[in-house]
Design a protein around this ligand. Structure first.
Ligand code: AMP
Length: 208
């Protein structure tokens, strides 16, 4: 199954993706995680992306599209994938469609995890992320419950950047809801509930 996850920053896309990956073995393709890994490695891509990410802006399309194309071609993505954080605008959605059509593959669903922006601001400002594996947990968690790595606050989870990320989502990414409605693959789940309740609905919506 090939799935795109949509939803504002902090809506819980990564958490739901993680659960689907653990239960069904899909490849988890998170452009945010891939970009953070590139920054950590100090690669050319990481150097180009860092300024945009710290400012809560989108990294230029060509950089992200190349990253996703490479990941879609990897062996582990052939049995199904979950795209988390991509596409983020219409140009990326069109590029994804054309890449998939070259690969003779299709998207089965675009799943929108909806959460009210006020809830998102609260969630993100208290979110901590593992430096090693990207696991997220509330503030106060100092050691990653999954891998024992150090938990830190992402620069773009600081209050001054959160509003900007929400604005970027509203203007650039939210139009994709109509895009995927037009392709008759949009599904929507209320993300403002406990993780397991959201997950039960996600599976039902995806017929899993
Ligand atoms: P995320 O972890 O998905 O919240 O992404 C963190 C940051 O990475 C975003 O605020 C952007 O700066 C960058 N980013 C992630 N995915 C994309 C994308 N598809 N297009 C452009 N920038 C992205």
């Amino acid at each position: 199954m090939n799935i795109v996850l949509l939803g504002g920053p902090g809506a819980g896309k990564g958490t739901q993706a993680q659960k689907l990956v653990e239960e069904f073995g899909f490849a988890h393709i998170s452009t945010g995680d891939l970009l953070r890994a590139a920054i950590k490695e100090g690669s050319k891509l990481g150097k180009k992306a860092k300024g945009y990410m710290d400012a809560g802006q989108l990294v230029p399309d060509d950089l992200v599209i190349d990253l996703v194309k490479e990941r879609l071609e990897a062996d582990d993505a052939q049995g199904g994938f979950i795209l988390d954080g991509f596409p983020r605008n219409t140009a990326q959605a069109v590029a994804l469609d054309s890449e998939l059509s070259i690969m003779e593959r299709t998207l089965d669903a675009a799943l929108l995890v909806s959460v009210d922006p006020d809830v998102i601001v609260k969630r993100l400002s208290s979110r901590r992320t593992c430096r090693s594996c990207g696991y997220t947990a509330p503030a106060g968690t100092e050691t990653c419950p999954r891998c024992g790595g150090e938990m830190y606050q992402r620069d773009d989870d600081k209050p001054e950047t959160i509003q900007h990320r929400l604005d970027v989502y509203a203007t650039q990414t939210a139009p994709l809801v109509e895009y995927y409605k037009g392709h008759s693959i949009l599904k929507e789940v209320d993300g403002d509930r406990p993780v397991d309740n959201v997950y039960a609905d996600v599976k039902a919506l995806l017929n899993l």
